[in-house]
Design a protein around this ligand. Structure first.
Ligand code: UDX
Length: 438
């Protein structure tokens, strides 16, 4: 009989993992402590926007392989392999990760586990967490094994990244734990996915090291954008030119408003905090600079907006294109674009934020801004537009048409994705981060 799996936590990671494991043919039960989320999921609805996920969810619910519950007892009794997919947000007032949900879910699960079960951590955690959980399980659930299996999925590509990952990494202490995870991921391993077996701390570190590298790559090119701005050079051409060197590569080298979201910013901060606890603080001081460069892009965009508006923001109509931290998502956590919108509103500008999918979430966090899902309405009477999130919708705009509704044709391309020549020849004053003024 094939393995039965439980997935604890149904955020971006857990909901996707549960649906994709069912897609691989396993019987899966997903758990969340929020009844409303469980009801939506059982009804075949994803509580957030993620392309492809709803189809996979519905297909597997209909096939009888997937259901959701709020009961730890039901999940523990149903399955033998239990994936921990809960959140590890940044603690308020500190760089460190808030581990309440991770340790809390293990405590709730442990009394119901059976000897021989395997708990698999997937959440992004400070190195050393797996060892602590192994100790917790040894006391609360004797005979239950633990593995650490970090997840590398990107929002917007969550299904694809789960079913066709670049690699699988598992940290284990026992042969049976490795054998069980080889069985879970057999279809992916058969397709040639690299499968790396490590110890606990290495598996935990792989995740934060990968995210730190990605964040560093983005901040590197944004630091070059700062130099380009000072020197009158063009960071887009510079990135293209260095990216042809295959040792550097052109992916994740887009200069602009920088990184946001629920992962990169808080993961590099939690990594610094943990390194400090371990006495390895110096090794990661560069990440502080990576964070600073990233945040400077936001304040620079606000300054550039003021500059383009003749030094006056108060009373100016500013339309922001994009509320989410990246396109193809409705996630507004630590969104650079929304941060800029709030800073401009605080400086007295009248701000309207447009987003195809993110306005509901954005309004929940910043209810005082004005939102629209109609590009033309959002841009009407604008003194300035800021392209802050690179949804395809904005590349499809005809600047010759949009110019008719704005008050002054000023646009800042903070993502370097608009065709500058097309906008300029349509009559716009367009500025782009890290690129020379006309
Ligand atoms: C990231 C990692 O990519 C993923 O592997 C990990 O599991 C979770 O964190 P995600 O947060 O979904 O995934 O977003 P990602 O696509 O990595 O983008 C992060 C941010 O960086 C976005 O705000 C994006 O706009 C920005 N970015 C990305 C850039 O500014 N420039 C780039 O070249 C690439």
């Amino acid at each position: 009989m094939s393995l039965r799996l439980s997935v604890i936590g149904t955020g971006y990671l857990g909901a996707t993992h549960a649906a994709c494991m069912a897609e691989l043919g396993f019987d899966v039960i997903g758990l969340d402590v929020v009844q409303g989320k469980v009801d939506l999921l059982n009804d075949g609805q994803v509580p957030f926007y993620e392309p492809e996920l709803e189809e996979v969810l519905q297909r597997n619910i209909q096939a009888g392989r997937l259901r959701f519950t709020t009961s730890f007892q039901e999940a523990a009794e149903f399955a033998t392999v239990h994936f921990i997919c809960v959140g590890t947000p940044q603690q308020s007032g500190s760089y460190a990760a808030d581990m309440t949900q991770v340790f809390g879910s293990v405590s709730s699960l442990a009394p119901h586990l059976k000897s021989g079960d395997l708990v698999v951590g997937k959440s992004t955690v400070p190195v050393g967490t797996a060892t602590a959980i192994a100790e917790q399980l040894a006391l609360a659930a004797p005979g239950v094994d633990l593995a650490w299996n970090p997840e590398f999925l990107r929002e917007g590509f969550a299904v694809q990244d789960t079913l066709e990952p670049d690699r699988l990494v598992i940290g284990v202490r026992s042969g049976p734990a490795e054998a069980t995870l080889r069985e879970v991921y057999a279809p992916l391993i058969a397709k040639g996915t690299p499968f790396l077996v490590t110890d606990f701390p290495t598996a935990e570190l792989v995740k934060v090291a990968a995210n730190s590298f990605l964040a560093t790559k983005i901040s590197f090119i944004n630091a070059m954008a700062e130099v380009c701005e000072a020197a009158g050079a063009d960071v887009v051409q510079l990135a293209e030119a260095i990216g042809y060197d295959t040792r550097i590569g052109n992916r994740f080298l887009n200069a602009g408003l920088g990184f946001g979201g629920g992962c990169l910013p808080k993961d590099i901060r939690a990594f610094m905090a943990r390194a400090g606890e371990l006495g390895a603080e110096e090794a990661l001081t560069f990440l502080r600079e990576v964070d600073q460069i990233n945040l400077r892009r936001r304040s620079h965009t606000v300054d550039l907006a003021a500059h383009e508006l003749g030094g006056v923001l108060r009373g100016k109509n500013i339309c922001i294109f994009g509320a989410t931290f990246k396109p193809d998502s409705d996630d507004v956590r630590d969104s650079p674009s929304l941060d800029v919108a709030v800073a401009l509103a605080n400086a007295g500008a009248v701000v309207v934020v447009h987003d195809p999918k993110g306005t509901v979430n954005a309004e929940r966090v910043y209810p005082t801004l004005t939102y629209s899902t109609d590009i033309t309405k959002a841009a009407t009477d604008a003194d300035l537009i800021i392209h802050g999130t690179e949804w395809m919708d904005y590349r499809e705009i005809d600047p010759r048409e949009l110019i008719a509704v704005v008050r002054t044709p000023n646009i800042i391309d903070a993502r370097n994705k608009l065709d500058i020549d097309v906008w300029r020849s349509a009559g716009w004053n367009i500025r782009a981060l890290g690129r020379p003024a006309a």
